[in-house]
Design a protein around this ligand. Structure first.
Ligand code: FPP
Length: 250
């Protein structure tokens, strides 16, 4: 029996693998504290966080969660020391090189949320190539990486693009609906997250998918992201499965 299907220890609930969320979104928080606890540089925490991401991405694919979205770098993260920013960008670059090589074999589609225009040309090129190559991978499991992403920035970019279409006669202000605006977001065509997870003990959204999370269920944990395992994700999913989602109804 696969390790994740074994009965969890103690009082933990079991996951019903026939009722999984379609879209899980995660704020990968706590890398710095994980490193500090071990007397390591913060960059070592991000390297461990990138490994945790790999494990969780494969796990979601294996159990059949179609969409995983992760917050890798926010529009505010540029305020960090240059060395730390470079380390995170380097990890992303390595990951994308690996993905480009194994994407078809491993069945992943990769997509980006965020303003890629300010990235270094080589990283931006890798992001664009990964998205282009993803079109050849059959749908089934998609990883969305939020890179230079901020929810408010995403909304401003969407409104500007819609405004430009209005001026060009391709959109009509009288027809603006939630669906129309959703079509201008980075997440266009992707279902809203069902479950938003934030590890590391922080209880805030930090500009992560504010529009898309309007009806999401939230799950928080004290586990630091590099220690986040498939077993922890199972706890989140099992908890999610106990929630009564009414979407404003009764
Ligand atoms: C937040 O923890 C984490 C980040 C800002 C970076 C996340 C990046 C990665 C996990 C690596 C690259 C990603 C991929 C998809 C390969 P923090 O540094 O704020 O931690 P702290 O709150 O403990 O200081």
């Amino acid at each position: 029996m696969a390790f994740w299907k074994k009965k969890p220890a103690g009082e933990a609930r079991e996951v019903d693998f026939s009722r999984l969320p379609d879209h899980v979104a995660i704020i990968m928080d706590g890398n710095g504290r994980w490193a500090k606890k071990r007397g390591l540089p913060r960059t070592a925490g991000h390297a461990a966080g990138a490994e945790a991401f790999r494990t969780i991405a494969y796990y979601c694919r294996d159990i059949g969660i179609p969409y995983l979205t992760v917050y890798a770098f926010s529009t505010e993260n540029w305020r960090r020391p240059q060395e730390e920013v470079s380390a995170i960008m380097g990890l992303l670059k390595n990951y994308l090189l690996e993905v480009l090589e194994k994407m078809e074999r491993d069945g992943f589609r990769v997509h980006f949320f965020g303003d890629l225009s300010v990235l270094s040309p080589d990283l931006r090129d890798l992001c664009l190539r990964s998205m282009e190559r993803s079109k050849q991978v059959p749908p089934g499991h998609q990883v969305n990486i939020c890179l230079n992403y901020g929810g408010r920035d995403e909304l401003i970019r969407a409104v500007k693009a819609w405004q430009a279409d209005c001026q060009a006669g391709k959109a009509d202000p009288a027809d603006l609906t939630e669906e129309v605006l959703s079509g201008y977001l980075d997440s266009a065509g992707i279902p809203d997250p069902d479950l938003v997870i934030r590890p590391s003990g922080e209880l805030r959204l930090s500009n992560f998918l504010p529009w898309q999370s309007a009806y999401a269920e939230f799950w928080f944990s004290d586990v630091l992201w590099p220690d986040f395992t498939p077993e922890v994700l199972n706890q989140a999913i099992a908890d999610f499965q106990t929630r009564d989602r009414r979407f404003g109804g009764v």
